[in-house]
Design a protein around this ligand. Structure first.
Ligand SMILES: [Zn+2]
Length: 229
């Protein structure tokens, strides 16, 4: 049987968990191998000031491993960039491209690079904007032999699932799995000191993006059409 792979890319530990863990679990149950790429260490997203940078990095890495374990993720690729300082540059694009060439995903998940609404300072965070652009461009570079030549050869990804989008064209109903999503998010204890309050806020606000379903994960899905002439 052909190995089927999905790669989900976040700027910080917890981005993928807000965006798409239930959709990923569904793909996992269909037989896909799931990989995560986390660009930054997430060390600057803390409310307590008493911990060192190394302690904060370690905590967020452990939390990310716990969350990914609940979805059955095969491997997390931590890129180790500094939280809050993620630049879109060739170094980031190259790392993503080489991982795409190595892992050969059919589908890639990340933030929507077209969402430039700037109506939400959390969603339109600098690191989210930059990872979204870099992922989009790395998907192109991965299907090219010359931009970043590599022993693994080129690879064509078939679909992009963008979360954090303002133009969704696909809604995945998670109403029956809301508790699973909240359980995955609860792995990030450093982010939600009072998880009950957060869960209430999530149920009343964040999880309600869909007009069709009570709770959904919503995406702008882009088919990458192979052009031949
Ligand atoms: Zn984030």
């Amino acid at each position: 049987m052909k190995r089927k792979v999905i790669v989900a890319v976040g700027a910080h530990p917890d981005d993928i968990e807000f965006g798409c863990p239930v959709t990923l679990l569904n793909f996992k149950e269909k037989g896909y191998e799931i990989h995560y790429i986390i660009a930054t260490n997430g060390e600057n997203g803390f409310k307590v000031k008493s911990l060192s940078s190394k302690e904060r990095i370690d905590i967020r890495k452990k939390e990310q491993l716990t969350a990914a374990g609940k979805v059955g993720v095969k491997e997390i690729h931590f890129l180790g960039y500094k939280d809050g300082f993620l630049d879109y540059n060739d170094n980031l694009r190259e790392k993503l491209t080489l991982l795409f060439k190595e892992l050969k995903p059919e589908i890639v998940f990340s933030f929507d690079p077209a969402n430039m609404e700037f109506d939400n300072i959390n969603l339109n965070h600098r690191d989210h904007r930059n990872i979204a652009l870099a992922v989009f461009d790395a998907v192109f570079a991965a299907k090219n032999d010359f931009i970043y030549p590599d022993k693994n050869g080129k690879h064509r990804i078939e679909k992009l699932y963008f979360f954090g989008t303002h133009k969704p064209n696909y809604e995945y109903d998670i109403t029956d799995k809301l508790n699973f999503k909240l359980d995955v998010l609860s792995s990030f204890k450093s982010q939600f000191p009072n998880f009950e309050n957060f869960a209430k806020f999530f149920k009343e606000n964040i999880g309600r993006d869909s007009a069709k379903y009570k709770y959904a994960e919503v995406f702008r899905v882009v088919d990458i059409v192979q052009i031949s002439y």
